[in-house]
Design a protein around this ligand. Structure first.
Ligand code: MN
Length: 330
């Protein structure tokens, strides 16, 4: 009787500073730890699990606007960076990125628990957040936004800080629906002003496209969903077309002794919308939604490849651009 009563009382949570206690972590976190062990053999992957436990403890009384436990946010941010191949310290810092700004833990705690490198990364992210909140209150000119982007870049001397901040913004944009309309709009604008151009400049086009699409969804939902629908209607047909085109091109390139990697990509929604406005056409009449990217080793091989491509598919007059020669940037 007594024994069962005692068993019903849950044990106290482990002391967050006693990191020798082996507490279980969610599968998402365990998976990240496994990935870094594979990517960086011989490094301390346990830092990822420990960072999670401290973040979980630090944010334990906080919730996201969606009502979920706050720690789901840093975990999602770290997962994005795990996919990009981030190192153990970078992942730990991602898990801890809101701890100094939003909880009772301070910079010294992070350094004591995780060392200088992680502490420096967290400090960098915190500094950017401070710059942001200083800046959030007033509207700004394009030139000013540009100088702020420079400031952002200058404020950090470690690219990982920017990557964490970009992943942070991405998850915040993905969970925008839980916010009030005014905040949603402000965040979307800010994302277009700073984060999409920053991702573009760093060459992380996947982020840039996602930022632009998520901002469009928040700012002009009818446009966004309209284009999504128009695309969905063509999807199945397009997938089959792409698969055939890749197989055909791959065969021809091999015949010409060209070693290439062929990738397909679908134009993102914001980019389709830009073209619709430029050409004053409905989504149904934007035809270059699909693209193949052929990656080769040498510039000269680009032109050989282009020759092969043009024997398979004739160029449309006025639609061909040589970006190797023109070095254009969008
Ligand atoms: Mn955050």
């Amino acid at each position: 009787m007594k024994a069962s009563t005692r068993a019903a009382v849950p044990p106290p949570p482990p002391d967050p500073f006693d990191l020798s206690v082996e507490a279980p972590v969610p599968e998402a976190v365990a998976a990240m730890a496994r990935h870094v062990t594979e990517r960086f053999p011989g490094t301390d992957a346990d830092i990822v699990r420990r960072a999670y436990r401290v973040a979980e403890h630090a944010h334990r009384r906080q919730k996201r606007a969606s009502g979920e436990p706050y720690v789901t946010h840093p975990v999602a941010v770290a997962q994005v960076l795990d996919e990009l191949g981030m190192d153990p310290c970078g992942l730990a810092a991602a898990l801890l990125h809101d701890v100094v700004e939003d909880t009772a833990y301070d910079q010294a705690d992070i350094e004591r628990l995780f060392g200088k490198e992680v502490a420096r990364l967290v400090a960098g992210v915190t500094k950017i957040s401070e710059l942001e909140s200083l800046d959030a209150e007033r509207p700004k000119e394009a030139a000013e936004a540009e100088s702020l982007r420079r400031l952002l870049l200058a404020a950090v001397n470690d690219l990982r800080v920017i990557l964490i901040k970009l992943a942070d913004r991405l998850h915040n944009m993905e969970t925008l629906d839980a916010l009030k309309p005014e905040r949603r709009v402000r965040m979307a604008r800010e994302t277009l002003d700073y984060y999409a151009p920053l991702a573009n400049r760093l060459g992380i086009w996947e982020f840039k496209s996602r930022f632009e699409d998520l901002a469009l969804k928040a700012l002009e939902p009818e446009v966004y969903w309209g284009i999504r629908e128009a695309l969905a209607a063509r999807q199945v047909q397009q997938d089959a077309y792409l698969a055939n085109a890749i197989a055909l091109l791959d065969r021809r390139l091999r015949e010409h002794g060209i070693h290439a990697e062929i990738k397909s990509r679908a134009k993102h929604i914001a980019s389709i919308y830009r073209k619709m406005r430029r050409k004053e056409l409905p989504a149904e009449q934007i035809y270059d939604v699909l693209a193949l990217r052929v990656l080769v080793d040498e510039v000269a091989t680009c032109y050989l490849t282009l020759g092969v491509v043009h024997t398979l598919w004739q160029p449309v007059t006025g639609e061909f651009d040589d970006y190797v020669a023109k070095r254009a940037v969008s």
